[in-house]
Write a protein that binds this ligand. Structure first.
Ligand code: OGA
Ligand code: MN
Length: 303
């Protein structure tokens, strides 16, 4: 055992010590990190202060990285490498964004409970977020354990959800906060996609709810019925007993498993700089493929 994990919450989230991510990480340590993530779903690595190249290199050990959808806006030059999602309130020259800038308005959507990249046909597995500059107050990130939320549902509800598919779209979540400023290129690149509502997590064998602010409706259900089911489940899953609040320190790297958590940024005074940088590891497969695999495994036992 190289790493040590200190629980930060009764259900999930752990603080990892015993590894310096600025140094190359060997296969055995990487396997321990994956095992810890399968158990804790959110891992906090304090005092890492990774530069972007090191963060990209470490994240890339887990699988192929997503590139930022901001590339779809060539009129807004990137501040960071295309493998980093810029979740700061800064422009390409590191100046504070004005209140009406679409980057700043779009980022406010991160304050809705969500799971990263569920609006992509192949969504995200891990996200890794590094704190470079934090505001003097606010700006925490909250995480919800979607396995515990699933486990807490009555059996009848779990049966009802089995096999349901939700439709996810970035335009839906952003419209929730009144933001609709997407170009034709953005709309064409990111059409609404289906995702299973209940996932089987391969590393832990646990089931989890797969929700997110991007989810707008349930396939085959009247719109209000599906929307209300999603809203009810979001409310259930974000009860305080399922939530860990991360209070950032500069140099923290927090890694979370998007297959079994939701998260949201909390507000802060945007006249102060908050410079947070995310790398995102693709899951490599649609959640529907994953669901079919679990159903295929389950069926032979029933004959
Ligand atoms: C993200 C995100 C939350 C935050 O990077 O995916 O949602 O607190 N960030 O910045
Ligand atoms: Mn996010």
């Amino acid at each position: 055992m190289v790493i040590t994990v200190k629980p930060l919450h009764p259900l999930f989230a752990g603080e990892v010590s015993g590894v310096d991510l600025r140094q190359p990480v060997d296969a055995a340590t990487l396997a321990e990190i994956v095992r810890a993530s399968d158990r804790f779903a959110v891992l906090v690595f304090p005092e890492q202060a990774l530069d972007d190249a090191r963060q990209i290199a470490f994240s890339g050990l887990f699988g192929p990285l997503e590139t930022t959808r901001r590339q779809l806006r060539p009129d807004q030059p990137l501040r960071l490498d295309a493998h980093m999602s810029d979740v700061s309130n800064l422009d390409e020259k590191s100046r504070l964004l004005p209140a009406t800038d679409s980057r700043r308005m779009g980022n406010i959507g991160n304050q809705l409970w969500h799971t990263d990249s569920t609006f992509k046909r192949i969504p995200a597995r891990y996200s890794l977020l590094s704190a470079h500059v934090i505001p003097t107050a606010g700006g925490n990130t909250e995480f919800a354990d979607m396995r515990a939320a699933y486990d807490a549902l009555p059996q009848a509800k779990r049966d009802e959800l089995e096999g349901l598919v939700a439709i996810h779209s970035i335009y839906h979540s952003r419209a929730t906060v009144g933001f609709t400023d997407f170009t034709e290129a953005e709309r064409a690149a990111l059409p609404p996609v289906p995702q299973t509502l209940v996932r089987l997590h391969p590393g832990s064998g646990r089931k989890s709810l797969y929700l997110a602010s991007h989810a707008s409706e349930i396939e085959g259900m009247p719109l209000p019925e599906g929307r209300m089911l999603l809203l009810d489940l979001m409310e259930h899953a974000t009860q305080r007993q399922f939530v860990y609040t991360h209070r950032w320190r500069v140099g923290d790297l927090v890694m979370w498993d998007n297959r079994c958590t939701m998260h949201r940024a909390r507000s802060y005074n945007m006249a102060e700089t908050r410079d947070m940088r995310r790398t995102t590891v693709s899951d490599g497969v649609s959640s529907l493929d994953r669901r079919q695999m679990s159903i295929r495994v389950a069926q032979p036992a029933m004959v």
